[in-house]
Design a protein around this ligand. Structure first.
Ligand code: AMP
Length: 554
């Protein structure tokens, strides 16, 4: 048998993560717990197979790149600039607060101030993967709160790029000061150089990347090869991230974010690129496996108090600081709580920072153990924080990026409509159904979970419930029991099936018309209980024939 650590690590990581993730789901806890436990199981501190840690870390890094590229796809430069007023001071003040708290704990433990500084910094940065997953899971990405959180993350990321060059420089200066060879002036230079490179990268992307990347994708799209297209998206995401890190010294994540953002301007390439990133989620899962592998349960017994204090800084200290800053800027409680909960965890940057500190002999090994244990525990507890402190989002209509910071719609109001139609989705299909209902004078309401279509429905004068229609709370607010018809005009048949099943259970007399795109979907929706299912592609074909034989006009 030949030995392949890469394949073994990928397979063991993904298979175990799947099994334990599915089990966690079954037990109604977050699948994250399953992924982390999968990591612990293939890690060096438990018996049995041990996966390759450094390979796992690199695979996780690919996950970070693809995730951040995907986030960039949903971000325009305008979005990013629209949150800078809060994200920049917010992130900086929060980093300072967490670092001071870390230094305080370090002082209690008898470490040097420099050790405390590195330790505190490591506690101050949130993990990209954890934050993005939390936002995506709760469909917050397209909301103002989500944008603030991502902007905040970008600032933290930039600050860490600086920290990573600063720490070795300071350590070097401390050494060289001892040797009295007078390199003290070097620190300013190192920082300036790092900042200069980051600025050069952004400028390069805005001037060159912004033109070249969309043009490249359009050109590939014209070749008509789907394979080449997917490949080009992957090549752009990974290539820009890698190039940014190698040439400009910024992080992979930041490079990928900008690469994605360059595609935001063109809706065509944005959508296509989004569809061709299927590997993203799988690699993101490997991130959690790689974190789990680092966990040494020993620390729970040898340093429980120190660990509790570390965790306190991550979960409480950082959150309170973030909450106060966001409130001080006049944002509502909900925003402040969302931002605080999003950032109350640590991850990949913390590992890198603390690893650097230990390798430079700036702080004891125990610092690293505390950070690793603090990371895994904070990631485990993070969903709980959301559950406890952040009210569910479907209640509010997401705000446009440049709107004032007041929510447009308050809490989820149950509709007062009776004998009405419910229209799920207000995209290409739903908006036409809506126009028809309006023409026929039928009372109806729209359930839509994206910002722009929801705003369009509102502008068309429709009553709107903003949220995912598969969410029972949202459906209940639509007063299914008293409704006459339900139009499920969304393209994803799994979600559509969930909507239909719930609707049938609530109101067996409801007339349900659903949308499908294949025979298998038709069968699925029929099984869920839809009365009529319209297969989009069949109707297109019919329309083509009707028009060709002049039975109908285009
Ligand atoms: P289209 O394919 O252009 O008709 O667009 C479908 C619309 O349905 C989009 O505007 C989506 O935002 C919306 N949509 C998709 N899934 C859901 C869901 N689960 N709940 C509410 N709206 C949805």
């Amino acid at each position: 048998m030949h030995h392949s650590p890469l394949i073994a690590t990928i397979v063991a990581g993904l298979v175990l993560a799947f099994v334990l993730g599915a089990l966690a789901h079954r037990l109604r806890v977050s699948p994250l717990i399953g992924y982390l436990l999968a990591g612990v199981a293939v890690g060096p501190f438990t018996p049995g197979f041990v996966a390759d840690q450094s390979l796992a870390n690199e695979l996780a890094e690919i996950g970070v790149i693809l995730l951040m590229f995907g986030v960039g796809l949903h971000f325009s430069l305008k979005d990013l600039l629209s949150v800078k007023a809060i994200a920049v001071p917010g992130a900086l003040v929060q980093i300072a607060a967490a670092t001071l708290l870390g230094m305080g704990l370090a002082a209690l433990l008898g470490w040097t101030p420099m050790a405390g500084f590195v330790f505190g910094l490591a506690l101050s940065v949130a993990s990209t993967v954890v934050l993005l997953r939390a936002l995506q899971e709760r469909r917050l990405m397209d909301t103002q709160d989500g944008r603030i959180a991502v902007g905040w993350l970008i600032v933290e990321d930039l600050a860490m790029v600086l920290a990573l060059v600063l720490i070795p420089a300071i350590a070097g200066v401390a050494d060289s000061a001892a040797e009295a060879d007078g390199q003290g002036a070097g620190i300013g230079g190192v920082v300036l150089l790092a900042m200069g490179k980051a600025v050069a990268f952004v400028a390069f992307m805005l001037l060159v990347g912004r033109r070249v990347i969309p043009a490249l994708l359009h050109w590939v799209a014209q070749t008509g090869s789907r394979e080449l297209f997917s490949l080009s998206v992957l090549a752009i995401a990974l290539g820009v991230a890698f190039g940014a890190a190698m040439l400009f010294g910024v992080s992979f994540a930041l490079g990928a974010f900008f690469a994605g953002m360059m595609l935001n301007e063109s809706p065509l390439s944005q959508r296509a690129a989004e569809e061709s990133l299927p590997l993203r989620d799988a690699f993101a899962v490997l991130f959690f496996v790689s974190v789990g592998m680092l966990f040494n349960p020993h620390i729970l017994l040898t340093a429980p108090l120190e660990l509790a204090a570390t965790l306190g800084i991550i979960l409480l200290g950082k959150s309170v600081a973030a909450f106060l800053i966001v409130r001080a800027f006049g944002y509502p409680n909900r925003t402040a709580l969302t931002i605080s909960a999003s950032l109350a965890q640590i991850g990949e940057f913390s590992f890198i920072l603390i690893g650097l500190g230990v390798s430079l002999n700036l702080l004891p090994q125990k610092g690293q153990d505390l950070v690793l244990a603090g990371a895994i525990l904070s990631i485990l507890l993070n969903p709980l924080l959301f559950k406890l402190f952040v009210p569910n989002r479907p209640e509010t209509l997401p705000k446009p990026a440049d709107a004032p910071s007041k929510p447009l719609v308050g809490d989820l109001h149950p509709t007062s409509l009776h004998n009405h139609s419910i229209l799920v989705g207000y995209g290409r299909v739903g908006s036409m159904v809506g126009a028809g209902l309006r023409l026929a004078g039928e009372p109806f309401l729209v359930i839509e979970d994206r910002k722009l279509p929801a705003a369009a429905a509102l502008a068309d004068g429709a009553e709107i419930i903003s949220g995912n229609a598969a969410d029972p709370k949202v459906l209940r607010a639509a007063n299914l029991v008293a409704a006459r018809r339900l139009f499920v005009a969304i393209p994803q048949s799994f979600e559509a099936g969930q909507v239909v099943s719930q609707a049938v259970a609530a109101n067996p007399d409801l007339r349900i018309v659903a949308r499908a795109h294949s025979d298998a979907e038709v069968a699925h929706l029929r099984k869920c209980g839809a009365s009529t299912i319209i297969m989009g592609e069949r109707e297109i074909a019919r329309g083509m024939l009707d028009i060709a034989f002049e039975r109908r006009h285009a």
